[in-house]
Ligand binder design. Structure first.
Ligand code: CP3
Length: 344
């Protein structure tokens, strides 16, 4: 590949500082786009949608056709893995995910090997998208991080995570065993995604907030590091982006200890914290407030400029601090991308 067509995202993940950061948005595919809402009506349910490579590839590519984004993220969900391990998962319209009772840990362990095959359609989606996407735009695969996925498996739904944290304190051996199951199955799933065409891999730890330092070490840092090591041991050198959302000051510990190539920051990250992580040899990603993207206007432009000013002197990927909200005006998304790429 010539210098000119190496995707910006991959250059930053290799440690380069660019004239302008690559830009993509978490949840760039989805309900903020009218063409997504139309496509969604044609699927039986959300899980069937994710497991249909033709429809999922279309959803992945919709924002790429509309906007000059530097990367696509495969259309899938972090809860496809517990389902592949044998736990019941469904989505209640307008409410969010629901999961059946947590299966016996021995039953989950018995399904680890088979789980990757049950996710083969996500690999097919990646292969289809990679074949259609221009070479200068990167394709990202992802998985939920073990603790975040475990919170849904334990609580059976989105929650304040107090039930999962209580479980972690009352049943530490079971929690560690569940995290080990998720480390192994997630590593296999990500290896499959890389072989199918993912050029970067993102670990979504959406619920890393509120954890004491020793707990954070045990249920976030250790499992993330183990996943990266297992993927490397399988001979896959695809770069990783880790997203310990809500971890605050502990993001520094994360950056120092987890062998990811980039750390995704959330809205509360300070300029100095991001710069420290860059100085430590990692790229950073983030962290425009998704509410500010939705609000738009001069405040959005000013914050975009400030983020690029504070972090653009090192390896930096422009993104949000959390996903695009469904009622975000499409014009604001277009304007934000234009602002980053120097068009407006
Ligand atoms: O970012 C992308 O565009 C790629 C696709 C993607 C989805 N979910 C599609 C989706 C990604 C990367 C995810 C990750 C995900 N899923 C996370 C981690 C990131 C985060 O937001 O913290 C989590 C916690 C989930 C679990 C999940 N999936 C919830 C809580 C919900 C319900 C809330 C909601 O937004 O509806 C989902 C459903 C979901 N995942 C939708 C989409 C497009 C909406 C479903 C629909 O269109 O009916």
């Amino acid at each position: 590949m010539t210098e000119g067509s190496q995707p910006r995202l991959l250059r930053v993940l290799a440690g380069e500082t660019l004239d302008r950061p690559p830009v993509w948005f978490m949840r760039q595919a989805g309900r903020s786009l009218p063409e997504y809402r139309e496509l969604r009506t044609r699927a039986k349910d959300f899980i069937a949608f994710c497991h249909d490579p033709v429809m999922a590839a279309e959803a992945t590519l919709q924002p790429m056709r509309r906007f000059p984004l530097d990367a696509a993220i495969v259309f899938a969900d972090i809860l496809l893995l517990p389902r592949a391990l044998g736990q019941k998962v469904w989505f209640e319209a307008g409410e969010g995910p629901r999961l059946g009772e947590l299966p016996a840990l021995s039953a989950l362990e018995a399904e680890i090997e088979a789980s990757t095959g049950r996710l083969s359609e996500i690999g097919e989606t990646l292969t289809r998208v990679r074949a259609e996407l221009e070479p200068e735009r990167a394709l990202i695969g992802f998985a939920g991080a073990p603790w975040t996925v475990a919170t849904y498996m334990i609580e059976g739904r989105g929650s304040d995570r107090s039930g999962a944290r209580t479980y972690a304190y009352q049943n530490p051996e079971d929690l560690d065993r569940l995290l080990d199951i998720l480390v192994e199955s997630t590593a296999r799933y990500l290896v499959m995604q890389a072989r199918a065409g993912a050029q970067a891999l993102k670990l979504f730890e959406s619920w890393a907030e509120g954890l004491a330092e020793d707990v954070f070490e045990r249920i976030v840092i250790r499992p993330h590091a183990a996943i990266v090591e297992k993927v490397r041991a399988a001979g896959v050198d695809t770069p990783f982006i880790g997203f310990p959302r809500g971890a605050g000051a502990l993001v520094d510990n994360y950056a120092a200890r987890v062998p990811v190539q980039a750390v995704a920051l959330d809205t509360q990250a300070s300029a100095a914290q991001g710069q420290r992580i860059q100085a430590g040899g990692k790229a950073i990603q983030g962290a425009l407030d998704n509410l500010l993207l939705r609000a738009g206007g001069p405040a959005m432009d000013a914050r975009i400029d400030a983020l690029i000013e504070q972090w653009g002197k090192g390896p930096y990927i422009f993104n949000l601090g959390h996903g695009v909200l469904p009622d975000t005006p499409v014009e604001n998304i277009a304007r934000a991308i234009g602002r980053v790429t120097g068009k407006v």
